[in-house]
Design a protein around this ligand. Structure first.
Ligand code: ADP
Ligand code: TRP
Length: 321
């Protein structure tokens, strides 16, 4: 069983990334052969600052290792250290209908927001398909917003197999329904592009301010709140506090007598403790960048060897060799 996922180095990682993608991916390390990478080629579609890309890439590496990626079990690397993936993207793009890409939410969202997307944004799912197919991946753990891209990958792989003969393994997305979409501080999907994130690793003061700043309605603490289940702070608390504790806060909010300020304070405390060990580990790693770079180099060498085999298979099947 081969498991593969990637994450873009486009900014500090947040609770949506953690609960939607990283934690499921980290749990899957135990069950199969996992490959996780930092999608720096993909970040080029929306980030145009070289220094920032370099810094974000290192940050994502530190974040992942601090959160429990085990480099002895899992192959961890930078996407661009396996340049073969861009060649495979070309082989795939020639079999990808325009209409399929025009139909992708990520592209349509950009259009709807009045942006003029570059060709990289349009072709993004094809490079993602190459990422997945080049490692013969079976399972792709991602958040719900990436499901369509994995479906596109399946369609392209099937088309390639039908056109040139059995070449690719057909992958399956794996999505945790219970945390399919983590809400941000404004109630929309938590996303770097909406400025509503709670970062996994940030200064205490900044996060405290963000959490205490979550806007609530004007009902008094005494008033019962029968809709407590939908309260944003309760939803986030369910991710970082033990189940009974979160339920207890929900019940108290529902019954009346718990103020929003106290609820948000509790959310901050549980959040802060939840990542305490990882925060410590991250500080240690940041003081030992040679080790981090070694992990990425060793990961790249392993990933590249796998990728070269699959690319050769695809080149032979399609008559390039
Ligand atoms: P962002 O929207 O902040 O730019 P990315 O698109 O880089 O995040 O997402 C990286 C991974 O994290 C993907 O697998 C994505 O599905 C997951 N993810 C991002 N935001 C959320 C969220 N709010 N809830 C659940 N999963 C998320
Ligand atoms: N598109 C993914 C995201 O924004 C990142 C990504 C690139 C990816 N290639 C991938 C995820 C391959 C899974 C598999 O989150």
């Amino acid at each position: 069983m081969r498991i593969l996922s990637g994450i873009q180095p486009s900014g500090a990682l947040h609770l949506g990334n953690y609960f939607g993608m990283m934690r499921p991916a980290l749990e899957l390390q135990e069950t199969g052969e996992a490959l996780y990478f930092i999608a720096n080629y993909h970040s080029m579609t929306s980030l145009f600052d070289a220094k920032e890309r370099r810094k974000n890439t290192l940050d994502v590496a530190l974040d992942f290792l601090a959160c429990g990626l085990d480099p002895k079990r899992t192959v961890f690397f930078r996407q661009s250290d396996v340049p073969e993936v861009t060649e495979l993207a070309w082989l795939l793009t020639t079999l990808t209908p325009m209409a399929m890409l025009e139909n992708c939410h990520s592209y349509k969202d950009k259009l709807a927001r009045g942006l003029a997307p570059n060709h990289g944004i349009f072709a993004y799912p094809v490079l993602m398909a190459a990422d997945i197919l080049i490692y013969d991946s079976n399972i792709v753990p991602v958040g719900k917003d990436q499901k369509q891209h994995v479906e596109v990958t399946r369609d392209i792989a099937i088309k390639f197999n039908n056109t040139y003969g059995e070449t690719f393994v057909i992958p399956e997305p794996q999505i945790r329904e219970e945390v399919a979409v983590v809400p941000g501080t404004d109630g929309q999907k938590m996303s770097k592009s909406y400025g509503n994130t709670i970062e996994i690793f940030a200064e205490e003061k900044a996060i405290r301010k963000k959490i205490m700043g979550i806007v609530m309605d004007s009902r008094t603490p005494q008033e019962p709140k029968p809709d407590a289940e939908n309260n944003l702070a309760v939803q986030l608390l369910k991710l970082v506090a033990p189940e009974e504790t979160a339920k207890d806060f929900e019940n108290r909010l529902c019954a009346g007598g718990l103020g929003y300020g106290d609820l948000k304070k509790a959310l901050f405390e549980y959040y802060w403790n939840y990542f305490a060990a990882a925060r410590q580990k991250r500080a240690e790693l940041a003081a030992n960048l040679d080790y981090v770079n070694q992990v990425l180099a060793a990961g790249a060498a392993k990933a590249r060897a796998l990728a070269q085999k699959v690319l050769k298979r695809a080149r032979q099947a399609s008559g390039l060799e």
